[in-house]
Design a protein around this ligand. Structure first.
Ligand code: GRG
Length: 304
């Protein structure tokens, strides 16, 4: 077996095994579907437990491992990140945004439960995420670290270079000419910011020093941009079966994408170059960086 295939099998095994860990905690952290008012809890569970790669929580756990951080704290952060991510998918799929019928291989939340409940399910997941962050276990001495973690997540998903900002620029550039600067801004904010926060906040929670945090932050933002570029490429080259959602939507919606500006081949090269640059940032971690490196490589080779 050649080395590339072996590495690819190893990372898929690791992702599957970590996904099971994350999924079992997500299940525990969510209200039961039989709790009143049932429909909102059903909708939250429907979208959150539908599948998905769990890349953001797995990145947070891999960062925690690399820094010898505490798993029992990090899992609260990891699940909060996945709840925020799923909230963004539910709202992104709404008729007022991308108007999608399928996500994670099943009907979108609003198609299944109606728009009102889908909006509220997204809001409830966001709220539940911040409750989890406040509940990260630890005595009073951990309070400043928790506040820093929460503060960074707020910044990462907000309207100033955060996920909301990226989504806004994505919406207002649709069908229009866009510049390279706008394109990089959309991708870094809409997708990169939460991926960066997954690594950076895990480093905060693990008590990493400033230099370590900064290097991991660079790593996270660089793989975050690469992740969205690959997403653009897969929208052109992937099938709905592989992606669990419609493909070709970016072209149909005249969205600002890397393939539109650079073509497919160059877009793939840019993503690979970013992943390589991100991996260089990790050299200071020595052998402890192995899983983070593999996760970065997965971003280049992923087909879903
Ligand atoms: C403030 C978080 C937040 C949201 C409000 C709706 C919205 C504003 C933003 C949308 C952001 C968005 C959907 C960006 C796309 C990110 C992306 C590449 C999603 C696909 O991620 P994967 O491939 O999906 O990790 P799975 O299903 O595997 O988790």
């Amino acid at each position: 077996m050649n080395e590339q295939i072996r590495n690819s099998l190893e990372i898929h095994d690791y992702l599957n095994q970590q996904k099971q860990v994350v999924d079992s905690y997500l299940d525990d952290f969510l209200p039961s579907a039989s709790e009143y008012p049932e429909i909102i809890h059903e909708a939250m569970r429907y979208s959150l437990l539908a599948g998905g790669k769990r890349l953001r929580p797995i990145l947070a756990l891999a960062t925690t491992d690399a820094l010898d951080g505490d798993f029992h704290r990090a899992i609260f952060l990891a699940c909060a990140l996945e709840m925020i991510h799923t909230y963004s998918l539910i709202h992104d799929d709404l008729p007022a945004m991308d108007n999608d019928d399928y996500r994670r291989g099943q009907l979108t939340c609003h198609k299944k439960f109606g728009e009102g409940i889908a909006i509220l399910a997204g809001n409830a997941l966001l709220t539940q995420a911040f409750q989890l962050l406040a509940e990260i276990p630890g005595d009073e001495s951990l309070a400043p670290t928790k506040i820093r973690t929460i503060h960074h997540i707020c910044r990462a998903i907000g309207s100033r270079k955060g996920v909301i900002a990226g989504q806004v620029v994505d919406l207002i550039t649709q069908g229009k000419q866009f510049t390279r600067k706008e394109l990089e801004y959309i991708h870094s904010a809409k997708t990169g910011a939460l991926i960066e926060a997954s690594v950076y906040t895990a480093a905060i929670l693990a008590g990493a020093d400033r230099d370590t945090r900064q290097r991991l932050r660079n790593f996270g933002s660089t793989i975050g941009l690469a992740f969205q570029i690959v997403d653009d490429v897969l929208d052109v080259t992937g099938s709905p079966e592989e992606l669990g959602k419609a493909s070709g939507k970016d072209t149909a919606g005249h969205k600002a994408t890397y393939p539109r500006l650079y073509g497919l081949e160059r877009s793939r090269e840019i993503a690979n170059e970013l992943v390589e640059a991100a991996i260089q940032e990790l050299s200071f971690l020595g052998d402890k960086s192995e899983k983070l490196k593999e996760l970065a490589q997965f971003i280049s080779i992923r087909r879903f």
